[in-house]
Each structure stands twice: as structure tokens, then as C-alpha cells.
Design a protein around this ligand. Sequence first.
Ligand code: TXA
Ligand code: MG
Length: 340
Amino acid sequence: MTTQVLLPTAKTLQTAGTLLRAGELVGFPTETVYGLGANALDQAAVLRIFEAKGRPADNPLIVHIASLEDVAPLIKGDLPEAARKLAEAYWPGPMTMVLPKSSRIPLAVSAGLSTVGIRFPDHPVAQALIQAAGVPIAAPSANRSGRPSPTTAAHVLEDMDERIPLILDGGPCRVGVESTVIDLTCDPVRVLRPGGVTPSMIARVLGSVEVDGSVLRPLMPGEVVRSPGMKYRHYAPKGEMTLVSGANVRARLASLYDEAERQGETALILAKDARGFDGRLVRALGETDAEAAASLFALLREADALGVQRIYAEVFDPEGVGLAVMNRMGRAAGFHRVVA
Ligand code: TXA
Ligand code: MG
């Protein structure tokens, strides 16, 4: 199958909607990362997602909607008060709410769980696509399993060429890390995966929130995971990545790089500011959490393309969107860390 990459127009959106209704897959932009969409109510179509990604069958998918009225048929019972408040505050936006699922959700979407993750994305192309399809869209990030999430149409093509018929190119994603996943079936609600909607933003609306303990550390042997996606090695570059922190972080990044080169290995520095590392291979993450979120996955893909064996990355404070950045960087590095 040839994969077409098309700009979103009224015509290409109709084509995409028709493909989705016919059980095919479409790559599309959201404000977080690109998604790999299928008709969420069509079990056979959803199974194609798992095949195209090489995704483990026990990792559930997020269902994307384009209006608040679309939620009711997807969940069991009434929308809980906490969910209504969060939806009012942060939808459309980078927030997924895990709620008890209705019987309309195929088993493949929820990977056998009794809950479903629902998200109303804040992107005109995603919203227009859901409307054109006329059905909710199940969509994981449009990467092959284990690769960094795609933040451009070119990244999607890298991973999905000849696996899907169509990618809609909406340019680079604004947020750059995947949505905040919040479990609404417990009280207080619990952040399973940090993202653009931060714990303090949730606390502001609900008064309290918990953050799952596994967000900033590896899973312990035998630990039961609340979000199946957390048990897989994600965002993994081919090179071995180390997180570097401390007062002399820039000097330490340079010395680790030089040590790797002395050992005959190729290395890359990811620093907040790329200037001043004379002659070393270095890329800028950006000074702010938001800049780092938007640049991180593209830089991990570039590291793979360059074939570097070692990556030394400067850490961010795990506050605000920095929590999402450190969760993704931590997992990419297997939480391997040195303090300068
Ligand atoms: O920003 C995003 O969320 C992107 C865009 C495309 O919307 N999607 C995305 O999907 O990141 P995916 O499949 O790559 O990640 C979904 C995460 C996984 O960690 C999965 O385990 C978790 O959400 N998840 C989905 N449904 C769940 C459920 N019912 N209970 C607990 N965790 C769930
Ligand atoms: Mg993913």
C-alpha cells in the first residue's frame, strides 16, 4: 500500500473520513502528537492499529471526540461531577479522562479493561476529521511501538510508510508530548501519565489530585500498573541515554561527552542552551519546559538518525509541564542519571 501525505483541505478531510468509515487507518495531527486513527466502534479497524504499530494487545487506546455530547454514549452511567468540571476547564485540550466504559466500546479499544480513555483534542484538523468520519476515533500515537511519538507528518511517514493509506499533514505539534491521562474512577483522581494539563491545573479545579508513583521512577518487580502503557519501554532512542543534573551540569555534560569519545563512542549532548560546547555534537532542548516538551521527541529521532551511541541530556525541574518532560526523558534513559 502506498502512503499518501496530504495537506488538510475540505476534500482531503472527506477522503480521510470515508477511509475511516471503511475501516482503514489515517494518521492525523493533534496539539500533542500525531495520532493513528481508526473508527473506535469498529473492532476490526481497531485491531489494524495494533498490527500497524506492533503494539502489545494489552495496551488500551484513547477514544477521540469532537464535542462534549459525544461522551455519554461511550461511558457507563452519568458523567461524574469531577469529570464534568475538568472537561469544562480543559477540553478541548491535552487531557484524557479514564471513565467506566459503555458496551459500545469494542474490547480491543479498552484491551479488556472495564474503562475507556476519552479525549477531545484541541486541534482544528483533528476535530474536522472526527466530524468528517461521523464516529469517535480511537488513536494511539502514530509511531511504531517503542519509538518516540511523532510530532510531524514526516515522523509518521518514517514509521508508517506502506502500512497506512493516508497521513494528514497539519505541521508540527504545539505541545509535543502526549496528553495527561487522568483516572476518574478513583477519589482523589489520579494522574497516570503527566502532560500539558499539569497536576496543579487539576488541583485548581478539583481541590486535590494524586500523581501515580511510577511517573518518575522505573516500575518495581511485580508492581501492578494502573495504566498498561507504563510498563513498556517507551520513547527509547537506540543510543544509551543518561540524565545529567546538578550545579555543574554543563561542565559535566561536556566531560561525559569527551569521556565517551575517548572510549571511541559517538555522543550527543541535549542541553537547554546549545551554545558554548565548542565543537561537540549538541542540540538545544530549549530553556523552558514547554520548549523542551515541543522539541524532545524530534531530537530523540534525530539522535537515532545520527546513529549516536551515547546521549547526555540536561534535566528539567519536575514541576508543571516539566513533570511530563522528565517522565518521558526518564523513561527514554531507563531512569539512568548522574549528578554533577
Ligand atoms: O496525546 C495523546 O494522548 C495522543 C494523541 C494521539 O491523542 N495519544 C496517545 O495514545 O498518546 P497512546 O496510545 O500512545 O497512549 C495512551 C496511554 C497509554 O499509556 C495507555 O496505557 C493509557 O493511555 N490508557 C488508555 N486507556 C486507558 C485506560 N482505560 N486505563 C488506563 N490507561 C489507559
Ligand atoms: Mg504512544
